[in-house]
Design a protein around this ligand. Sequence first.
Ligand SMILES: [Zn+2]
Ligand SMILES: [Zn+2]
Length: 422
Amino acid sequence: MPTEGGASVRDDLVACPDCGLLHQIRQPRPGHRAECTRCGAVLYRRGRGGVHHALPVALTGAALLAVIVLNPLMGVHVQGNDREGLITSGIEALADQGMWPLALLVGALVLAAPLARVAGVVTVLACLHQGRGPADPRKVARLFAWTEKLRPWAMLDVFLLGVLVGYSRLKGFANAEFLAGGLALGGYVLVRTAMDQTLDRRAVWTSIDHVPPIDAPPPARWVACAVCQRIHGFADAPPAHCTRCASRLHRREPDSLGRTAALVSAGAILYVPANLLPVMTVVNFGQGAPSTIVHGVVELAEVGLWPLALLVFVASIAVPVLKLAGLSWFLVAARRGSGKRLHARTRLYRIIDSIGRWSNIDVFMIAILAALVQFGAVASIRADAGAVAFAGVVILTMLASHVFDPRIMWDRAEPEESPHGR
Ligand SMILES: [Zn+2]
Ligand SMILES: [Zn+2]
């Protein structure tokens, strides 16, 4: 059996991230996926192209990102005054209004994370492009592990929806138009989707470092890397770090239930001011009107934009409640060791974990409106305290669903079957 650093290493096995069941991986056809036989989680999605096909797509994404960062997204005309807004203008406007936490958050999610992720993916794919494997696999693996960890936090796709909602809300009192940066943003989101379709993550990991399959039963005791999925068998103590990507190895997320409970409680407390306090104030001809999250939904519906009103209602009001209620249910069920509705809970967990980031639409809308609508007493928009509380709810619940380990629900429901690993 191949061994690295004292642990036996297997790349022909994959553990379900949601229920922990170990599978022998069979290569699905291009564009298809392998699913967990017990809970239905996606174990492996095979990309449509090889690793080499992903590099041109990633380079196109990088070029579009440069256009987005350097060019204005939208222009606004109010009473003969013009103003254009870049991504950075939204961050600056929030900082100027004293909303530092919000400025830093928006900067991290729509600027730093997407730039770092695209730079990392391009570097990794370029290193693999020669076809002989990278000169220093450990460094490339570490870099790819970072880009994978950044993936949910790079939010230009959510930002695009925030910009569209902002554009619709401007229609009442200003002429707005999309400029080069805004059009590139639309293009980038299409390319990002294409990149997620073509980039075969397992093939990238395999190209960086791979141990060939062996004809032997799975190890009795093992731990899976949460980032690159490598299975590490061990005899006495589990290895501390993954032998491929150097991520820390844990059989289960440490203190998952306690940390999830703390984050859910903090999110639930902030949910109250997030909905009661105004998230922004719109000044129109000297008259200031504070606007809450609910008011924003009503306003979109009043001007007949029902699909957008529904979208914002779901993203900003329904999804945070679903996340807080769902995670609380999982915590109670895991603590009780309940096996009831285990499959339904696991499916709901997957939904909550994947849609949580879309609740940032309103945060991004406020950033873009605060940048664009600065015409003094004629018209101006500023962010208010409710926006900080709302962004806090979104981030705390995202962290809670990341920290919650659904495998614990399966362990506790069937404790007699899981002495180690699984
Ligand atoms: Zn599973
Ligand atoms: Zn790893």
